[in-house]
Design a protein around this ligand. Structure first.
Ligand SMILES: *Cc1c(COP(=O)(O)O)cnc(C)c1O
Length: 222
């Protein structure tokens, strides 16, 4: 077995009993690497650039469930609609409206996560916890016709301070809980996507049920 296959198998054995799903983040890695992971049973892959994903989709098995995890510009939404299983990185109401409109035009429903920003870096995208909470308490989601809001995605601060990382994950999990409390009739808003190669154990301890792991599986990116 290759390193990729051993890691996929190890992660599946570790995560399945905990009810945690694995997104194998394959950005910047070639189709051959993805095929190795696929042959070890991995079916969900994460990509962060539209052009790269558009090239990979036709070249790889059609039962792969692609998650888009990068910052998405509204003018790049259309090529993803009907092609991806989930857009995890919805970071503005404008983007959400565009996803909904393009999905309606294509006659499909798109599953998305709302990205929340709690990390200290200013460069990370996402709604603030306050923005996200008012979006739901004002029930703005009722205007969506072709978008299914499935939960929340977030990232911890990029720091080796484990206490800081754990606090960030706790804050993201609290946003998820507070949304459910503000809109208890929301159906299937149950995904909490947090945790990457360096911090996924802490994320799971804080309640994550979807982890996005790249480097551990595929090695470093150029
Ligand atoms: C690249 C990326 C990951 C994977 O990070 P690793 O440290 O390589 O595991 C996870 N989530 C997002 C949003 C990413 O952009």
């Amino acid at each position: 077995m290759s390193h990729i296959q051993e890691t996929i198998t190890r992660l599946h054995n570790e995560l399945s009993p905990e009810g945690v799903e694995l997104v194998a983040v394959s950005k910047f890695h070639p189709a051959a690497a993805i095929m190795e992971a696929y042959e070890a049973g991995q079916r969900i892959f994460g990509e962060s650039r539209v052009q790269e994903l558009a090239e990979k989709i036709p070249a790889l098995p059609q039962d792969i469930r692609w998650h888009f995890i990068g910052h998405l510009q509204t003018n790049k939404v259309r090529p993803l609609i009907g092609k991806v299983a989930m857009i995890e990185s919805v970071d503005s109401e404008r983007l959400l409206a565009k996803i909904d409109a393009e999905s309606r035009a294509a006659g499909v429903t798109t599953r998305v996560l709302m990205q929340v920003h709690v990390a200290q870096e200013e460069t990370k995208f996402g709604f603030t916890p306050e923005e996200l909470l008012s979006y739901f308490s004002e029930r703005k989601f009722e205007s969506l016709t072709n978008t299914h809001l499935c939960g929340v995605m977030g990232m911890a601060s990029n720091t080796c301070d484990r206490g800081r990382v754990a606090a960030d994950f706790a804050a993201i999990a609290a946003v998820h809980r507070n949304i459910l409390a503000a809109a208890p009739d929301l159906r299937n808003f149950d995904v909490l996507s947090m945790g990457m190669s360096d911090d996924y154990r802490l994320a799971i301890e804080a309640g994550s049920n979807l982890v996005r792991i790249g480097t551990d599986i595929f090695g470093g990116r150029q």
